[in-house]
Ligand binder design. Structure first.
Ligand SMILES: NC(=O)c1ccc[n+]([C@@H]2O[C@H](COP(=O)([O-])OP(=O)(O)OC[C@H]3O[C@@H](n4cnc5c(N)ncnc54)[C@H](O)[C@@H]3O)[C@@H](O)[C@H]2O)c1
Length: 262
């Protein structure tokens, strides 16, 4: 039902975890997928996301990109726009470091804002410019699609993760703000807010903490990265053309409430 044939998608942080699952799924839907990460292009041909897509008959490229480098972001996105046009941008690259306010040093604070907020902003800025120039959503062309990967930690507090929560909350409101500006111009901007997902990022949780977190999740489960990718795929497709500035939680019900039995 979702057909992205002829469209080009850029996925930041696409070498592993949620980004990798998203890149693979967008390719299955027919998109040409550009992976931009600090690590994919250094991975072996056997393990890299791009080569997995090509092995399956899809079209993909991998580029080294540090999303905190705004000049590099501009250069990569204008190169993609020139060669193919940019239809879909998934801002997934992110970092997480633990620490309550009193335990968070300057470097930890600014690193998380640099990657999670500045990186998302740089890619969005270059992305909307490229999409506007190509006339996204105008004259019968498909809407441009931007999907920011935020977190349930951007919508409520998460004990011990001050900088991460604050940075993801910034992405939530940047999504809403930009959605208002660019929806009339043919670009849909939305977010996916994952709950706990099985990736390298959540390897920081020990077994008892993990069991406690599962116990507080209504469906009792952590997500597989493909379950987050499913939501990103939907928000990247024509099926979501009337969805503007939404923050779609994919969290097993975490934000809805805690299953405490009285
Ligand atoms: N795993 C979870 O439970 C969870 C929950 C909520 C939100 N998220 C968010 O989902 C996104 C993906 O997380 P994940 O769990 O797959 O993590 P991950 O650590 O497995 O993958 C993150 C990817 O981002 C890349 N990256 C980091 N900094 C970068 C930079 N400066 N430039 C380019 N690439 C960079 C890494 O190389 C890596 O490939 C992140 O934004 C994260 O905050 C994850």
């Amino acid at each position: 039902m979702i057909n992205l044939t002829g469209r080009t998608a850029l996925v930041t942080g696409g070498s592993r975890g949620i980004g990798r699952a998203t890149a693979l799924l967008l390719a299955v839907a027919g998109a040409r997928v550009i992976i931009a990460d600090r690590s994919d292009c250094t991975a072996s041909v056997d393990t890299a996301t791009w080569s997995e897509i090509v092995r399956r008959g899809g079209e993909a490229e991998s580029h080294y990109l540090d999303v905190t480098d705004s000049a590099a972001v501009d250069a990569l996105i204008s190169d993609i726009a020139e060669r193919y046009g940019l239809d879909i941008l998934v801002n997934n690259a992110g970092v997480l470091t633990a620490g309550a306010v009193g335990e968070t040093d300057d470097d930890t604070w600014s690193r998380q804002f640099k990657v999670n907020v500045d990186g998302t902003f740089y890619c969005m800025r270059a992305g909307v410019r490229a999409m506007l120039e190509a006339g996204a959503g105008q004259r019968g062309k498909p809407h441009g699609k931007i999907v920011n990967v935020t977190s349930i930690s951007g919508l409520r507090g998460n004990p011990g993760f001050a900088a991460y929560c604050a940075s993801k909350a910034a992405v939530v409101n940047l999504t809403r703000q930009a959605a208002i500006d660019y929806s009339p111009k043919g670009i849909n901007i939305n977010s996916v807010a994952p709950g706990f997902v099985e990736t390298d990022m959540t390897a920081v949780y020990d077994a008892p903490t993990r069991a406690a977190l599962e116990g507080q999740t209504p469906n009792g489960q952590w997500a597989d990265p493909t379950q987050i990718a499913d939501a990103v795929l939907f928000l990247s497709s024509d099926l979501s053309d009337h969805i503007v500035g939404d923050i779609l939680a994919v969290d097993g019900g975490w934000l809805v409430g805690t299953p405490v039995v009285a």
